[in-house]
Design a protein around this ligand. Structure first.
Ligand SMILES: Cc1cc2nc3c(=O)[nH]c(=O)nc-3n(C[C@H](O)[C@H](O)[C@H](O)COP(=O)(O)OP(=O)(O)OC[C@H]3O[C@@H](n4cnc5c(N)ncnc54)[C@H](O)[C@@H]3O)c2cc1C
Length: 493
């Protein structure tokens, strides 16, 4: 096994994973003059962080922080650790509106109030890029500026891509002092060990692994039939590495299901699903059963809409639990957006149409053809919806009607696609304290081992508030980086 004995004996930190949590930690250490090795098992950096589209939360005043705390606790239920919530809320301004904006010039100029939030606090850019790409492109560029620098310079960085961490290395006292990893190239696979004063797990979630030995199979086997929005690399490796050292895992059963992942007509059974973002329903998109009927308030909370879709399955409707039996096919429904609704988010819609997830059709007749039913059924549904919009209320409790699809047999344009509930976020993970140190139990840390981002559990409880994951990655990534810098400086003194 080769030894990555780069520049003397070791790095200040080896960071496993190059999403927002990993790179926030890395840049914090590099800016303070530290030495960092980043291991990324994919050929490219970025992880799921690159895909994020809704925004990132931050609160500025005491009053805003109070409301942010309350909303996060309310959404999390009783399964959260309030100390982690306090840390998130207290540091959100510095991390998001300070560091991201000032150090990286991330555009956070648009602020929205998303579902579950009592105030507008979810920031996103005004330009073309979605929030994930806006942050990650700038963050990667800033981190990569340290590549190739020599030891005498401030900040030394080595990035290894296609390098999968396979084991954490401990010394005699149980301190984590290194990582064993496998580098894969076209020619060969090479086993390597690298040493460091600290190791940071930033490996993301586990929703994409459906193998019989997966974390999903262990904790929520009934969800194995659902697709996931997370990339294929989201296989819970950090949990496996940490639990081999007896790290405690918390809240593993709490997995967020998003009601709408696109079913790709070219590859309908592919479990890797593309998120049909909430905004499609937010601008007035409606959901229809395969029989062409509405069945819910489309702008209700994620868990409500998911429940309504699952309820189209007779067994679920009876028991109200998804059991994942072979007779329980995940229900699929149609998403229909009027031309007026699409115009409000034309860039998104054009992208989805280009990917083949949404199809532009003309007239209610073509909608019916797309859905394989007669035009009268669709006509009756659209008529009923228009009547409800005029009255200002429907039978599902909807009272806000935007861009209502017109009943036009021939000439109105609509966008139609098929969607189904998908796994979206893993709330559970490695237990940490507010400094991001990995815990064996409530009060025992594993020295030298940190975790941040989706791999860490305990912050979001039963349900993550939209925009809190990106915030968590930056807040805890910064805290972990600062903690490592402080220890390293203290050790030098
Ligand atoms: C489609 C989509 C939209 C989203 N939108 C939002 C949003 O708008 N706002 C929000 O707050 N959250 C959003 N989320 C959630 C959020 O994006 C993620 O939870 C967050 O980005 C996770 O960041 P991370 O750094 O923890 O992990 P990731 O960004 O997933 O990065 C983990 C990295 O670790 C690597 N890795 C894993 N195992 C190993 C190993 N053994 N060795 C080496 N490398 C390894 C992976 O390859 C990956 O690159 C969204 C998620 C998805 C999927």
């Amino acid at each position: 096994m080769a030894d990555n004995n780069n520049n003397h004996h070791s790095f200040d930190a080896i960071i496993i994973g190059s999403g927002l949590a990993g790179l926030s930690t890395a840049l914090t250490i590099l800016d303070a003059g530290g030495r960092v090795l980043i291991l990324e098992k994919e050929p490219k950096l970025g992880g799921n962080s690159m895909k994020a589209s809704s925004g990132i939360n931050a609160a500025t005043t005491d009053e805003e922080r109070h409301a942010f705390r309350q909303d996060t606790l309310h959404s999390a239920g009783d399964a959260t650790n309030p100390a982690l919530v306090d840390t998130l809320v207290q540091h959100s301004q510095e991390a998001v509106l300070g560091w991201l904006r000032e150090r990286l010039q991330v555009d956070l100029s648009q602020v929205a109030q998303l579902g579950g939030h009592s105030q507008p606090r979810t920031h996103r850019p005004a330009g073309k890029l979605p929030i994930g790409a806006e942050i990650m492109i700038k963050l990667q560029a800033a981190v990569k500026e340290f590549e190739g620098k020599q030891e005498q310079d401030n900040g030394v960085l080595q990035i290894c891509t296609s390098a999968k961490a396979t084991q954490l290395v401990q010394d005699d006292q149980g301190r984590v002092v290194g990582v064993a990893y496998t580098i894969t190239t076209e020619e060969k696979e090479q086993e390597v060990v690298a040493h460091a004063a600290n190791v940071v797990l930033a490996t993301g979630g586990f929703a994409a692994d459906r193998s019989s030995t997966s974390w999903l199979a262990k904790v929520r086997p009934e969800l194995l039939a659902l697709g996931a929005t997370a990339g294929e690399f989201s296989t819970g490796d950090g949990l496996t590495l940490a639990s081999a050292l007896n790290a405690n895992l918390v809240g593993m059963q709490h997995i967020q299901v998003h009601p709408t992942g696109f079913v790709d007509p070219k590859d309908p059974d592919n479990p890797n699903k593309f998120l049909a973002a909430e905004v499609l329903r937010g601008v007035g998109g409606i959901l229809l059963t395969p029989q062409g009927k509405r069945f819910c308030n489309e702008i209700g909370r994620r868990d409500y809409v998911t429940d309504k879709i699952f309820s189209l399955n007779a067994k679920y409707a009876e028991t109200k639990t998804w059991q994942g039996g072979s007779d329980e096919k995940v229900p699929q429904v149609y998403l229909l957006v009027s031309e007026e609704g699409a115009a409000a988010i034309q860039k998104h819609v054009d992208f989805y149409a280009w990917k083949g997830f949404l199809t532009k059709v003309k007239g209610a007749k073509e909608v019916a053809e797309y859905m394989g039913m007669d035009a009268e059924t669709i006509g009756a549904t659209l008529q009923e919806y228009q009547d409800a919009a005029k009255a200002g209320a429907d039978s599902f409790g909807k009272s806000r009607f935007l861009a209502v699809p017109q009943l036009d047999e021939e000439s109105a344009n609509y966008y139609v696609g098929k969607v189904e509930p998908v796994l979206h976020y893993c709330m559970g993970g490695v237990q940490i304290n507010p400094r991001g140190q990995v815990l064996k139990d409530e009060s025992t840390i594993i020295p030298g081992l940190y975790a941040c981002g989706e791999v860490a559990g305990g912050l979001h409880g039963k349900n993550r508030l939209a925009g809190n994951s990106l915030c968590e990655c930056v807040v805890f990534g910064r805290i972990v980086g600062q903690g490592i810098v402080k220890c390293e400086n203290a050790a030098k003194i």
